[in-house]
Design a binder for this molecule. Structure first.
Ligand code: SF4
Length: 302
């Protein structure tokens, strides 16, 4: 595995706990060279300083400790460490979720630039659908540890096939009031996410799906391509032919969700911000309360 690890590196979610507070950033970013027995041309120190420059940090800060940096700068240190061995694949686990929104944009743009410059492939694990849309070419949506939909970005956001994906996308806040009228409803999933240790039989989503039928409770749907490049694991997909036609929805399925009709804004009108859409506390809780589709760990993954 050790030689293979040079080609596959990781960026961790929490830039505070993923850097050893007792080591200088020079030691941290230089660690991959030591572990892999690689001697960069010009020496480790020179190479580490070059990497710090690549990620937008001052190379003179080589001898500083992690606590002397902000969250965004620490994430840049983590990115520099991941790039040290010139990998082909970088797995980024929620790379921006621990950062302020303004810093998130900087780090996402940095990842974008590095991808173009270095020809990297990223696998980004994230639950923020706006970030996912911005950074992904292909997206895999997971529910309870299984991929339920896999498609390219345009196809997935334009015509999601899995009911879970549809519910997730309906919950994404639209910050531009002029564009908000483009969406007519929000789907709120009720109930809790079942335990992944003891998942429901058949389709894992059937306890919360408004389209669930008898077959969904007994047969796990395979992940199959229903359009070129668009795979889904569902017996009764949206935006595609029914795979098991003629089945009636379960009586409990009707209780599984709540559809919230969104108010249409008159064309050209400046609408007041919708507090529910932003998920602010003290609102109806439509986007942030328990049972919304945004439960942690169940989001889309690239
Ligand atoms: S329709 Fe059936 S198979 Fe498809 S997501 Fe709902 S419960 Fe699962």
């Amino acid at each position: 595995m050790r030689p293979l690890r040079r080609d596959m590196q990781m960026i961790f979610q929490d830039p505070y706990s993923s850097l050893n507070p007792r080591h200088t950033i020079g030691t941290i970013v230089g660690a991959p060279f030591k572990l892999q027995g690689v001697k960069p041309e010009g020496g480790v120190r020179k190479e580490v300083q070059r990497l710090l420059e690549v990620v937008g940090l001052n190379p003179e800060h080589f001898n500083r400790y992690p606590h002397e940096f902000s969250g965004g700068q620490r994430q840049r240190i983590g990115i520099a460490r991941a790039l040290a061995l010139n990998p082909k694949l970088v797995v980024a686990d929620e790379p921006v979720s621990a950062l302020d929104v303004s810093i998130q944009a900087q780090v996402v743009n940095l990842l974008d630039d590095l991808q173009t410059e270095l020809g990297l492939t990223y696998v980004i694990i994230a639950h923020d659908l706006s970030v996912v849309r911005h950074v992904s070419d292909r997206i895999a949506v997971m529910y309870l540890g299984k991929i339920v939909e896999l498609a390219d970005r345009e196809s997935l956001y334009k015509a999601p096939m899995h009911p879970y994906t549809k519910a997730l996308l309906s919950a994404v806040p639209i910050p531009d009031p002029k564009r908000r009228s483009a969406r007519s409803e929000r789907i709120l999933l009720k109930g809790d996410v079942p335990s992944p240790i003891s998942p429901p039989s058949g389709c894992r989503f059937h306890t919360r799906c408004w389209k669930a039928t008898e077959v969904c409770t007994t047969q796990e749907p395979p992940l199959i391509a229903l359009k070129t490049g668009h795979q889904v694991a569902c017996h009764h997909p949206e935006n595609a032919p029914d795979q098991v036609p003629g089945e009636a929805a379960l009586a409990t399925a009707r209780e599984a969700i709540e559809i919230v009709a969104l108010k249409k804004e008159p064309a050209g009108a400046e609408a007041a911000p919708d507090p529910a859409a932003t998920g602010e506390p003290g609102t109806s809780g439509a986007a942030s309360g328990p049972g919304t589709p945004e439960e942690p760990g169940a989001g889309p993954k690239e």
